[in-house]
Design a protein around this ligand. Structure first.
Ligand SMILES: [Zn+2]
Length: 431
């Protein structure tokens, strides 16, 4: 590091998988970071000649790639992990909503999010689109720990909501929150909000130019219930109500007709694909090859830690890369590169951050991870896309960087004390 230009951090010596449009991999490459932003990507020798940096991460023998982006989760639900296994969506909701109404508090959300951030950072996740109660508390934890949390007020019209706000009060509270600059609105679903409420939430999102995130068409029972109630399937209903569009992200979207896929493509609506949650809740397998063929933006998510039990995006990535092959009988669908793209740039585009996140390119946020390839299960090193999609695990992530700040170095978290997590979770869940 002898150059004339200042960098705050240089990650050097690894193969840099940029996930740019051309799929560029820079062998023995480096990434220079200044003011939280990527200043340069190129051969390690060139970066060393150009930059002087106080902080250097030696990534020799490693892969450097964009941080994984969890396009659909409920981080605080880590507190309920293992509470609703081996049930379908409706059984899951009956169990979980009752627990939330009875137990949930900001303190509980803080403990759950801390645990979830630790788990996420350990598994190479640098950002998450997070839908849950008490999102301000979650945002505080994220700010304190350096994690990139994409969140906003949640709308779900249930009896006795944990925060005690009825729909009218919630609209007012959410309006103030969005006016403060938060760019996301979370609407739970077409079965927990009626069409009038959905219209009001959508109008609120549009007024503040916010991304609207909603669960839709997760399982057959939900589709039947909504169709019986309104005469329209969930995605048809959202289309009728004007909720589809480039600023909308649907979680799951498992049960889609050809016409609904056309509607998503026509409106530019994005999908957060959650294959592990969909398999565990026996919801089905989303038509991802058809969605990709139609040009629908598809990102990847884990869902919360009750429905998928971990927030491990490597497992989600691998599942996405294999489940559609088995389901369709076609081994070419969702190939390794497409799966890695889905977890990075695909998720970034889905959540409305494609211009700032998801690839290692100059001007983008310096959210990146270093995956240690010095392990028998990752040898030999012939194709990084294949390694990531089919062989790597969350435990292979060595370093995690968000906005140029190192949140995990040599597998040690720098902004969170993990020794306290178990005690804190124990306290909030038994109080
Ligand atoms: Zn969900």
């Amino acid at each position: 590091m002898s150059g004339a230009e200042r960098a705050d951090l240089v990650v050097t010596g690894g193969d840099v998988l940029t996930v740019d449009e051309a799929g560029t991999v820079v062998g023995d490459g480096a990434v220079a970071v200044r003011d939280g932003v990527i200043a340069a990507v190129g051969p390690a020798a060139d970066i060393a000649a150009r930059y002087a940096s106080a902080e250097v991460l030696d990534a020799g023998g490693c892969l450097v790639l964009p941080g994984l982006i969890n396009a659909h989760t409920h981080l605080a639900m880590a507190v309920f992990r293992g509470r609703a296994d081996d049930v379908d969506l409706q059984g899951f909701l009956a169990e979980v909503i009752a627990a939330e109404v009875a137990l949930l508090s900001p303190e509980m959300v803080a403990a759950g999010v801390e645990c979830a951030v630790a788990e996420s950072v350990r598994s190479g996740v640098t950002a998450a689109l997070d839908m849950y109660w008490f999102h301000e508390t979650a945002a505080d934890v994220a700010a304190r720990t350096g994690f990139r949390l994409l969140t906003g007020p949640t709308f779900m019209d249930i009896d006795g909501p944990p925060d005690g706000l009825d729909f009218a009060a919630r609209l007012e509270w959410a309006g103030a929150d969005l006016a403060g600059g938060r760019p996301y609105v979370m609407a739970h679903s077409t079965y927990t909000l009626d069409p009038g409420q959905l219209r009001e939430v959508a109008a609120l999102a549009r007024k503040h130019d916010a991304v609207l995130h909603i669960h839709a068409a997760e399982n057959a029972g939900e589709v039947d219930m909504v169709a019986a109630r309104y005469g329209r399937r969930p995605v048809e209903l959202l289309d009728d109500l004007g909720l589809l569009g480039p600023g909308t992200v649907l979680a799951h979207a498992v049960h889609l007709t050809d016409a609904e896929i056309d509607a998503l493509a026509r409106t530019g609506t994005a999908i957060a694909h959650c294959p592990v949650s969909n398999l565990k809740l026996a919801a089905g397998v989303a038509r991802v090859p058809d969605l990709l063929a139609a040009g629908v933006p598809v990102g990847l998510g884990t869902d919360g830690a009750v429905s998928s039990n971990t927030l491990d995006m490597f497992t989600a990535l691998r599942t996405a890369a294999i489940v559609h092959k088995g389901f369709s009988g076609d081994p070419t669908v969702v190939d390794a590169r497409q799966a890695v793209q889905m977890a990075t740039i695909g998720s970034a585009r889905a959540v409305g951050m494609g211009d700032r996140l998801g690839s290692l390119e100059v001007g983008k946020q310096a959210d990146l991870i270093v995956v240690d390839l010095n392990a028998p299960h990752l040898l030999p090193r012939h194709d990084p896309w294949s390694t990531l999609a089919y062989a790597a695990t969350a435990a292979d992530v060595r370093d995690t960087v968000v906005a140029g700040r190192i949140l995990m170095r040599d597998r040690h978290l720098t902004t969170l004390d993990e020794s306290e997590l178990a005690t804190r979770l124990q306290r909030v869940t038994t109080a």
